[in-house]
Write a protein that binds this ligand. Structure first.
Ligand SMILES: [Zn+2]
Length: 133
């Protein structure tokens, strides 16, 4: 990877880290154009692919958008909650859910390789909290 590629990854990561809202590849491209007016889509896609592979960002499948990984332990599996009102995205670390899910699927002969759980709803600041304490 060239110096330019590394620089682009740093720029993408900085945008995502500064926001708790997901960005689509297109939105990232538009933001990066402020700094790099001649930036082309493949450059952004390459940066996104490299950052995703290293676990520094995550792709939200249901939104086709990206967030920065909020944990230092990037490989941790997490349940992603997405607020349909304000767009807040949070990672929730619930490892038991994943082991239980893998176990449940194994009974059907299915071998889980990658988990992606995204839950859409309303966050605590947007709605009355129904959390059980
Ligand atoms: Zn919200």
């Amino acid at each position: 990877m060239g110096k330019r590629g590394k620089e682009m990854q740093t720029a993408v990561l900085a945008i995502l880290r500064a926001s708790d809202r997901p960005y689509s590849a297109y939105e990232l491209l538009e933001s990066l154009k402020d700094i790099y007016p001649k930036i082309a889509p493949p450059t952004v896609y390459r940066a996104l692919a490299a950052l995703t592979q290293r676990g520094q960002i995550r792709r939200l499948e249901s939104l086709n958008a990206f967030i920065s990984c909020q944990s230092q332990e990037h490989q941790q599996k997490s349940v992603i909650s997405i607020c349909g009102d304000c767009g807040l995205v949070a990672e929730n670390f619930e490892p038991d859910i994943f082991s239980h899910l893998s176990w449940a699927l194994e009974k059907t002969g299915f071998s889980a390789q990658r988990h992606m759980i995204e839950v859409n709803g309303i966050c605590a600041s947007c709605g009355p909290s129904q959390a059980i304490s």
